[in-house]
Structure formats: C-alpha cells, structure tokens
Design a protein around this ligand. Structure first.
Ligand SMILES: [Cu+2]
Length: 105
C-alpha cells in the first residue's frame, strides 16, 4: 500500500512539472485587417507573438484593460499573459478587428 504522505508530494511534483513544461508561445496574426485565429486559448505565463503582416499599425487592446499591445507595420511584438480570463480585444485603429483570448489560470 502507498503511504499516505506520498500522494501530496506526487501531486506537487506533477503540478510543478506541468507548469514549467506548459508555458507555450501562441501566434496571433493580423493580416488584411483580420485577426486570426479569432478565438485563441492560452494560459497564464504563455507568450503571445502578435504578428502584424499589414503595412499599417495595429493594436491588441483588451476591453477589460488587461493588455494593450501596439504592433508597428510588418513587425512582431511579444507579450506574456499575466492574468486569467476570457478577454475580448480589438484594434484601436480599426475597431472592426475583434477577437477573443481565453486565458486559463
Ligand atoms: Cu488595426
């Protein structure tokens, strides 16, 4: 039989490993005034690579104020997600550009 004290240790180890191994980089691109994917899933600690393929600037501006990233024309900007939540965001210059980022804790 497994001693009782083993289980919490195993749980902590598994959790620790999964947190570090899971930090991912997610690419979100803006091209021809469209954000894709329109809905992306990520986790706190993940890096978003915002890729602007257009010849004008875009922003990824969270409606709840959690982030506001500006992408110069033809540039890629990275940001790290700090807060969980379902965040709707848009481009301040082109408000028709909208997408959702679902950030797991
Ligand atoms: Cu824009």
């Amino acid at each position: 039989m497994t001693p009782r004290w083993i289980l919490p240790i195993v749980a902590v180890l598994t959790l620790g490993i999964s947190i570090s191994a899971d930090a991912a980089t997610i690419q979100i691109s803006m091209e021809n005034l469209v954000i894709s994917p329109a809905e992306a899933s990520a986790k706190v600690g993940d890096t978003i690579e915002w890729i602007n393929k257009d010849i004008f600037a875009h922003t990824a501006t969270a409606r709840n104020g959690d982030f506001d990233v500006t992408m110069p024309p033809k540039k890629t900007v990275t940001s790290v997600l700090k807060k969980a939540g379902m965040v709707e965001y848009y481009c301040r210059y082109h408000p028709n550009m909208k997408a959702v980022l679902i950030i797991a804790p």
